[in-house]
Design a protein around this ligand. Structure first.
Ligand SMILES: NC(=O)C1=CN([C@@H]2O[C@H](COP(=O)(O)OP(=O)(O)OC[C@H]3O[C@@H](n4cnc5c(N)ncnc54)[C@H](O)[C@@H]3O)[C@@H](O)[C@H]2O)C=CC1
Ligand SMILES: O=C(O)C(=O)COP(=O)(O)O
Length: 391
């Protein structure tokens, strides 16, 4: 029987699924009692999470489809794959700016509907093209909201295309700030950025804080004829306000990866079927990265790239049994856990304790007879969210 069971949702690249050795892992979409879940955009909010789940791996960036708060309460570690699909999104955003600026979709549609022989088509092409005259990217101001893996890449590439770039991110990390070209102008607020840009592209996550942040008032503060690009999540914008801004000519175009009925019908909205991360390269990068992270967690308790737990990586001490213990970040947890071990005559060889906000995580390599009774005792400690013994 397999040691670990992984339930899959969505189309996960084979290269990632192959990272799970079949002698130790059962990997399938129908698994009843999974140790871990691997998914892309499948919405996990509306279904119960099996009691057996210890980890969830998002092969991608956004985790708004995962009940992260509930996972934290239950000691379930949620992983994503920072940066693994960022180049794919960046390339599509550059394409999207060109689609909007040169009215490519409208022009393409015009030609597809032309009738007559080639001579007549040629005449209609030359007569009709003035309707689709556009503008160039060079010299225009691009505003990038959210300077993470994608935003930084978009900002740097836009500079290379001769654009001026302004960026806004109140939580930008030191790592991303280093990657960002020094030519990017720092905006001190979203409103400041919106007022000066010809193109605005959204690259922040959808959270309670960011939901609907591009609303009627903010759209009104944008430059006339600006282009809004949303390859992040539909919920970041007030859709009715965007449609009104398109109708009023306030926005030249809205390009989005998140269509709705109203948007797909609008002549100035360019809608794509959530294609940002759908390249062979990105799908493989994400699947391989998330599979490796899940394996290291299931087999060693190590945590890399979690969205709700701290980074926690410890080399395994030879001849020991490992304990993986997610718990609340409150005083006296480590002392209570080590007391449990001490009572059973078990010696701690290595210990790692990390915290992140209200959550903490302890890894212990112990020598001696570490049985399930010890794990059960640890589970009863107030504040311990889960406990696992890894032989
Ligand atoms: N269309 C598609 O297929 C894809 C869409 N996405 C979406 O793009 C988002 C960003 O992806 P990554 O760049 O990889 O994530 P990331 O985590 O590297 O970057 C997100 C950035 O947004 C910033 N941020 C958070 N709140 C903000 C706020 N209120 N205002 C401005 N910035 C804020 C963060 O500080 C961070 O730097 C994801 O959360 C996801 O929703 C990601 C990949 C593919
Ligand atoms: O990584 C993300 O956040 C994405 O939106 C990509 O979604 P997908 O993996 O293509 O369903």
């Amino acid at each position: 029987m397999a040691e670990f069971k992984i339930r899959t949702y969505n189309n996960i690249a084979i290269a990632g699924l192959e990272r799970f050795p079949r002698d130790r892992y059962e990997v399938a979409s129908e698994i009843q009692h999974p140790d871990a879940i691997i998914l892309r955009s499948h919405n996990l909010h509306d279904e119960p999470l099996p009691e057996t789940v210890k980890a969830i791996g998002r092969a991608g960036a956004g985790v708004n489809n995962i009940p992260v708060a509930e996972c934290s309460r239950r000691g379930i570690v949620v992983f994503n794959t920072p940066g693994a699909n960022a180049n794919a999104v960046k390339e599509l955003v550059i394409a999207a700016m060109l689609l909007a600026a040169r009215n490519i979709c409208q022009g393409w549609d015009y030609v597809r509907h032309l009738e007559g022989d080639d001579h007549q088509i040629h005449k209609q092409v030359e007569a009709g093209k003035k309707r689709f005259a556009g503008f160039e990217l060079a010299g225009k101001m691009l505003g990038v909201v959210g300077l993470g893996a994608i935003g930084v890449r978009v900002a740097n590439k836009a500079l290379a295309l001769g654009m001026n770039v302004s960026g806004y991110d109140p939580y930008v990390t030191v790592e991303r700030a280093w990657q960002l070209s020094s030519s990017v102008i720092q905006a001190s607020s979203l409103d400041e950025l919106l007022g000066i840009c010809d193109f605005v592209t959204l690259h922040m996550p959808l959270t309670d804080q960011t939901r609907g942040c591009i609303d009627q008032g903010r759209l009104a503060s944008m430059k006339d004829g600006a282009v809004l690009l949303n390859f992040s999540r539909g919920g970041l914008v007030d859709e009715a306000a965007v449609l009104a801004a398109l109708d009023a000519g306030k926005l030249h175009a809205y390009v989005t990866d998140f269509p709705t009925n109203a948007l797909k019908r609008h002549p100035k909205a360019i809608c794509l079927p959530h294609l940002g991360a759908s390249t062979r390269e990105a799908e493989e990068n994400c699947a391989v990265m998330v599979a490796d992270q899940l394996r290291d967690f299931l087999e060693n308790g190590n945590i890399r790239h979690s969205v709700n737990f701290p980074e926690a990586v410890m080399t395994r001490a030879p001849g020991t049994t490992r304990l993986s213990i997610p718990h609340a970040n409150v005083p006296a947890m480590v002392s209570q856990i080590s007391a449990c071990l001490g009572e059973k005559g078990i010696n701690i060889v290595e210990l790692l304790n990390k915290s992140r906000g209200e959550i903490a995580y302890t890894l212990i390599d112990a020598e001696g007879e570490v049985g399930e009774d010890v794990v059960d005792a640890i589970r009863t400690i107030d504040g311990v969210l889960a406990a696992r013994r890894i032989p």
